[in-house]
Design a protein around this ligand. Structure first.
Ligand code: DX5
Ligand code: ZN
Length: 216
């Protein structure tokens, strides 16, 4: 069973609650929530107030992707805000193992992510400590970019590594996922597809139905 995680970075924030309700009605299970600090990545997105307010209205799994420097500073706050999964970048964290353990101890599922430029070898030491590996397939920090073809081999390598070691972490792919490449990315070994623009641009209901259908 494959999973779609719509990224609210591409949502219409003036009707965010309605759009999240549409995801639930369509049978979606996950919401991908991109937090950017303007330091680790050039852009700034949103933080705790948004997550807290949508938490009150939604039962979806909140898959929070932290694109922030020294994310270990905010683990408690994200737990309080209602994150279910908390993914940190291998390039952002000084003490990965401690941070991942802290995330788990606060009742969230820890994840590790890597930029397209970062080799797979950087996350290999942490595969036993995480419930999710998030492979970035566009330059981290902006929605609406084109999928970087060269990243497919990273998905294949991580799939092989997880399977070989019988590890249960899910493999999530984030960036430039669209109708043309979604099946190829699933075939490469992804369990979860993040999609912002391709879900929220145009007819949300129709897009959700398309993507949720190919996940079956
Ligand atoms: C980018 C974010 C992505 C982004 C994906 O750094 O991590 O989650 O929202 O957007 P699309 O699907 O438009 O590439
Ligand atoms: Zn993301």
């Amino acid at each position: 069973m494959k999973t779609l995680a719509p990224s609210i970075l591409a949502a219409d924030f003036s009707i965010l609650g309605q759009q999240i309700a549409q995801i639930e009605e369509a049978g979606g299970t996950h919401l991908h929530i991109d937090v950017m600090d303007g330091v680790f990545v050039p852009s700034i997105s949103f933080g705790f107030p948004i997550i807290k307010s949508i938490r009150k209205k939604s039962k979806l799994y909140f898959d929070v992707h932290l694109m922030i420097t020294a994310p270990e500073r905010y683990v408690e706050e994200f737990a309080e805000a209602g994150a279910n999964g908390l993914t940190v970048h291998v390039e952002a964290c000084k003490c990965m193992v401690d941070t991942l353990e802290k995330i788990r101890s606060l009742g969230m599922q820890p994840g590790v992510s890597l930029h397209p430029q970062t080799p797979v070898s950087a996350v290999i030491p942490y595969l036993e400590n995480v419930d999710r590996v998030l492979v970035m397939t566009v330059n981290t920090g902006f929605g609406g970019q084109q999928y970087i073809e060269g990243c497919t081999k990273k998905i294949v390598m991580l799939r092989e590594e997880l399977d070989k070691r019988n590890l249960k972490a899910v493999l999530e792919v984030d960036g430039g996922v669209n109708r043309e490449n979604a099946s190829m990315i699933l075939d490469a070994g992804a369990d979860i597809l993040v999609s912002g623009s391709s879900v929220f641009r145009g007819d949300l209901k129709e897009n959700l139905s398309y993507f949720l259908n190919i996940m079956k």
